[in-house]
Design a protein. Structure first.
Lengths: 113, 111
């Protein structure tokens, strides 16, 4: 079964804190994604990594900083977030190549105080 | 960029009936169309996908049809069951090589 693991499941942080979200997959996928999902809305793409290189940045504010240290791991570093950044942050992965299905993790529910 | 519209936003059917959700897209170069099911508090789960060289695909009670000329695609669920209740998202992958999601359909299957 496909599996993308995200930690932590829940995170509450103040606007001055620094925290990181983590995502891990062991399916051999070389494309990894960060999405943001607000309540009752569809996922919105933030970043795409392909072969550990950033290939798409959807004009995301610099307070979100992605990192792909190796082919299995994807991090999202958070700093000086705003209350409107509260959302579910979803990680996904897929094979590279044309039209490969993306498989999502359970997400991190982030609340900014 | 790609724009995906999805209808209806809510759909209530009785158990055993069929459900149909429709999506339209704007980028004629889009060539991959997945459907995701998201239960409350859970991950979006891929349930079926279709590529532009195919007009229809079926997997048990679920089918997807694609009309490239009209730029629309639909999800059909037959013999609905209470566990089909969830939010369903269509998506399209266009020239920007990223998925654009529809706004979602909340399906409620009643007994």
């Amino acid at each position: 079964d496909t599996e993308v693991t995200q930690t932590p499941k829940h995170l509450v942080m103040g606007m001055t804190n620094k925290k990181s979200l983590k995502c891990e997959q062991h399916m051999g996928h070389r494309a990894m994604y960060w999405y943001k999902q607000k309540a009752k809305k569809p996922p919105e793409l933030m970043f795409v990594y392909s072969y550990e290189k950033l290939s798409i940045n959807e004009s995301v504010p610099s307070r979100f900083s992605p990192e792909c240290p190796n082919s299995s791991l994807l991090n999202l570093h958070l700093h000086a977030l705003q209350p409107e950044d509260s959302a579910l942050y979803l990680c996904a992965s897929s094979r590279t190549g044309v039209n490969q299905p993306q498989h999502f993790g359970d997400g991190t529910r982030l609340s900014i105080l | 960029g790609e724009n995906v519209e999805q209808h209806p936003s809510t759909l209530s059917v009785q158990e055993g009936d069929s459900a149909v959700i429709k999506c339209t897209y704007s980028d004629s170069a889009s060539n991959y169309f997945p459907w995701y099911k998201q239960e409350l508090g859970k991950r979006p789960q891929l349930i079926i996908d279709i590529r532009s060289n195919v007009g229809e695909k079926k997997d048990q009670r679920i089918a997807v049809t694609l009309n490239k000329t009209a730029k629309h695609f639909s999800l059909h669920i037959t013999e609905t069951q209470p566990e089909d209740s969830a939010v369903y998202f269509c998506a399209a992958r266009g020239t920007a090589s990223k998925l654009t999601f529809g706004t979602g359909t909340r399906l409620q299957v009643t007994l």
